[in-house]
Write a protein that binds this ligand. Structure first.
Ligand code: ADP
Ligand code: ZN
Length: 301
């Protein structure tokens, strides 16, 4: 039993716009306990979060947050949720809340999708790779990426769900994004599917034409990421991707659209089914991502 004492006790937070999931786990991606509550005001939500971790004795905490956020450690507003329309959260500093409650405990902080991407690299479908892309297609569309071993940030952080896509000629839907109309999220997130077809995505049968159109848009976006960041693995998560019949359709469209140009067998052959995949951690990608962020924060301490 001695080996048990060498395991780290790490805290993880999957901070979503709808709900928060908090948990305790270890550096191998095991989750020992978890709790979930709705996202209300920042004060109330962070108080519940802090109460959960109170007597847990975690060595570090990782926080994957809904956004946009400020993940730049050199910025005076590092740790903020920035321009969200969610009442009260705009400019609220969640990292400060945690650091004040748990002095000396390092906090890792990143976007929910960067966190999930790191989780998949550390423990999941991209384990052992230094390059991966993680996309969530759910209430919104977001992407996180590891490139040459590091999570991608920059001026802000990637917002991969808001690229304008070329609509299919027969698709006259105006798009759901208030900023861009027919961007990826505006065309393909759960609410867009629901508005276009008048039925929730969950209720559409597997052979409904909605899924062919959905695969077409997802593939179009994936081609852009393949051509820009050249990920070694693409992981597609989020509620919409529970529709597993999307995968072979996405594989086919990506091959057609790239038209042999990226001449790697991962793309041009049947191996594409191991290149564009469902999360290895299934619906635990977010929580495991927080563990990976916590682990990283401890290492960088
Ligand atoms: P969130 O993005 O809020 O974290 P989800 O990833 O679960 O949460 O995404 C919710 C969206 O995914 C909803 O719009 C819903 O319609 C859609 N969704 C959830 N489950 C399914 C399913 N089994 N099939 C298709 N769409 C689904
Ligand atoms: Zn948009």
């Amino acid at each position: 039993l001695l080996w048990r004492y060498r395991l780290m006790k790490l805290g993880t937070i999957e901070g979503g716009g709808t709900k928060f999931v908090v948990g305790v786990g270890d550096e191998n991606g095991n989750i020992f306990e978890r709790e979930s509550f709705p996202t209300t005001t920042p004060e109330e939500t962070m108080k519940k979060t802090i109460e959960f971790f109170k007597d847990k004795g975690v060595e570090a905490i990782g926080f994957g947050s809904f956004g946009p956020i400020d993940p730049d450690k050199t910025s005076p507003t590092y740790g903020n949720v920035t321009t969200t329309p969610k009442p009260g959260w705009s400019n609220h500093n969640v990292v400060k809340d945690l650091e004040e409650a748990f002095p000396g405990v390092p906090v890792g902080f990143d976007t929910d999708v960067n966190s999930a991407c790191l989780g998949e690299v550390e423990f999941g479908a991209a384990k052992g790779l230094n390059s991966a892309l993680y996309l969530t297609i759910g209430t919104g569309v977001g992407g996180g990426a590891v490139v040459e071993g590091n999570l991608v940030h920059g001026l802000l952080h990637p917002e991969m769900g808001h690229m304008k896509l070329i609509t299919r000629p027969e698709d006259t839907y105006k798009g759901k994004c208030p900023y861009h109309g027919t961007c990826f999220e505006g065309l393909a997130a759960g609410p867009a599917i629901e508005e276009r077809w008048g039925k929730s995505a969950k209720e559409l049968p597997a052979d409904h034409p909605a899924w062919d159109l959905e695969a077409y848009y997802i593939a179009q976006a994936l081609c852009i990421y393949i051509l820009t960041i050249s990920p070694k693995k693409i992981i597609l998560g989020g509620g919409v991707m529970h529709q597993k019949q999307l995968f072979p359709m996405i594989h086919k469209y990506v091959q057609e659209m790239l038209n042999g140009y990226v001449a790697k067998e991962e793309i041009t052959t049947d191996k594409i089914k191991d290149y564009i995949v469902y999360p290895g951690l299934a619906d635990n990608a977010g929580l495991c991502g927080g563990l990976a962020l916590a682990k990283q924060a401890l290492k960088n301490k």
